[in-house]
Design a protein around this ligand. Sequence first.
Ligand SMILES: [Zn+2]
Ligand SMILES: [Zn+2]
Length: 335
Amino acid sequence: MRNMLIVTGLLVFVVVLVVPAAIVSFYPRPSLAPQTPESKQGADLVEKGPALKVFFADDDQLKEMWLEDYLVGVVAGEMPAKFEEEALKAQAVAARTYALRRLKAYGGSGCAKHPEADICTEPSCCQAYLGEKELRRRWGVFSYPEYYLKLSDVVASTYGLVITYDHELIDPVYHASCGNLGTEDAKAVWGNDVVYLKSVQCQYDSSPHLETEAVFTFKDLEQQLEEKVAVPVSGGLDLQVLERTGSGRVKELRVGTATMAGTEVRKRLGLNSTGFTWRLDEAGKVVFTTYGKGHGVGMCQYGANGMAKQGKDFTTILKHYYSGVEVEPPPGINP
Ligand SMILES: [Zn+2]
Ligand SMILES: [Zn+2]
């Protein structure tokens, strides 16, 4: 009996004291942001993660924020708040992983465009972030409290968790919708092989971007592609797919006499993705049908929402879209 008590006591000691201490030391208290001396405040600090220097592009200001507070605005900026909670949690973990890769106090790169900041609010540079004013405008005064609480709970329930491969933070890229083509291999888009960014199937996607159309005149196409695309004799279109990626998207095509990457054609024509086909309509215009939205690499957001609807949790969702990863507290990056 006595032995049992000692063993139980030891177990309690390990679980209650040693395990949390190990987690907290990997995700230490912030020291950069203002702190009050009250002891209760100290306990709260741990739940807000490290401090982050955020450059706000809209008002041209550098502000310091707790990482966990910042993440609520990122999830709001990157995914519709009406999405399923497990999908939003997956987004929160991806956003935290991304932010820690930038956080200089963790050896991160900082923001490339604003060197004084860890991260900025420009989606084209770092990741989107929406503040209270913008969220009240978007969600409306009645939905704001409900959605803000929902996203705060989502972030809190994934506190400190990040996505790792071989115990290193991954680059958690994502896109709106794969159009049910499945996700794209990073190598097909950016040329470099990334072991956890492989093409995986996705049949869960019911996004409004599954299939969209864009209509061009021959003149539009020639201007935007800077190539002749009409066949003078038949009046048809001088475009041909030369190669597809593993997921079936357009990798390379012939445009008149030139060869162009699918990504280049997508950019020049402003298409939703590189998963496209085309046809001539009765009016002699060229109709591009595009499947999905975004580069197609990493997590498919609408697919994640579909998985959540089927009862999958955020860890299962993340492990589906990022091959061979773990979802765990940040590995021992030196603060
Ligand atoms: Zn930036
Ligand atoms: Zn998808």
